[in-house]
Design a binder for this molecule. Structure first.
Ligand SMILES: Nc1ncnc2c1ncn2[C@@H]1O[C@H](COP(=O)(O)OP(=O)(O)OP(=O)(O)O)[C@@H](O)[C@H]1O
Ligand SMILES: [Mg+2]
Length: 286
């Protein structure tokens, strides 16, 4: 048999093996948190957008919540503004929030929409002051400055878009009664959105291969109960993993069926997680 013919047969095999997964997730909402670290490489960015468009084309409803950590870090450094993190959250001054909002709403959000559209998909931006999609309140810890937590989202508009051909792209900026917006950790936003629409899955794409245990080894699967124990161990779970694991646990506690922390550096990480048995990250199981 010629190589070409063998390749064609292999491709057909891969496609048909995806059938049970397509049937299982067709019509279901899947929240994908797209981590800042995982979206720095332009090849991976394009391939991520194509995967999301493919999901929508086969009847699954993906919804993207993006972060922007590395891009924000770079912009602040260029402006010689020092910053620090407190338990994975960026301490945010009034000077910083304007820069952060502009990067998230005007650059990253639009970039993702353009990529989705370039593959023949229909990206729909949920960003900016006009829409005020996320109502937020300031975090109680004063040390954090202009950092917020989600109070409410405009769920009806989101559901309407999800049931159309469009793919929602949500920027993690929140609005309170005040003029200036609030910086919200995108994992928190993804969790709130997933719980509100009772998503089937929440996938948190990041820049590590999953959750590491005390020996630095990847945990492939963990129960909700065990993950709560793990969460309390600050030696193992720290930095950006604090809000991420919290988001996964809260989503599962609030009606979401599966939570995955996935390596966004692996090409097609999202498709592998949804359409095959070869998941690439940590699955937190109810
Ligand atoms: N037990 C752990 N296992 C894996 N990573 C961990 C663990 N504890 C802390 N981390 C850190 O969490 C980081 C991931 O979170 P981080 O906030 O940096 O990225 P992100 O959430 O994907 O992107 P963004 O914040 O821009 O949206 C890892 O790079 C790692 O340094
Ligand atoms: Mg993070």
């Amino acid at each position: 048999m010629s190589i070409l013919r063998k390749n064609a047969i292999n491709t057909s095999k891969v496609l048909t093996e995806a059938l049970p997964f397509i049937q299982k997730f067709s019509g279901k909402n899947i929240v994908i948190k797209y981590g800042g670290s995982a979206m720095q490489n332009s090849f991976l960015r394009k391939s991520f957008a194509r995967d999301v468009v493919l999901m929508k084309a086969v009847g699954i409803n993906p919804l993207i919540v993006h972060g922007g950590g590395p891009q924000i870090g770079k912009a602040l450094k260029n402006k010689k503004i020092n910053y620090e993190f407190h338990e994975g959250l960026r301490v945010t001054s009034l000077e910083m929030i304007k820069i952060i909002q502009s990067i998230l709403d005007n650059e990253i959000n639009k970039d993702i929409k353009n990529l989705i559209d370039s593959w023949g998909g229909f990206g729909k931006s949920f960003a900016g002051k006009k829409l005020k999609f996320i109502s937020a309140e300031k975090q109680k810890n004063k040390k954090l400055g202009e950092v917020g937590s989600v109070k409410k989202i405009n769920k009806s508009i989101l559901l309407k878009v999800l049931s159309s051909r469009e793919i929602p792209i949500i920027s993690p900026i929140g609005w309170s009664g005040k003029e200036t917006p609030l910086n919200i950790n995108a994992d928190d936003v993804a969790c709130f959105v997933a719980a509100s629409i009772k998503a089937e899955k929440i996938i948190l794409l990041t820049d590590v291969h999953g959750i590491n245990d005390s020996n630095g080894k990847k945990i492939s699967e963990i129960s909700l109960k065990e993950s709560k124990k793990l969460q309390r161990n600050k030696k193992i779970i720290n930095g950006g993993m604090v809000p991420k694991l919290k988001a996964a646990i809260e989503a599962l506690n609030n009606g979401v069926n599966y939570a995955h922390i996935v390596d966004g550096r692996v090409p097609h990480a999202v498709l592998l997680e949804i359409l095959t048995q070869k998941g690439v990250g940590t699955l937190i199981n109810k």
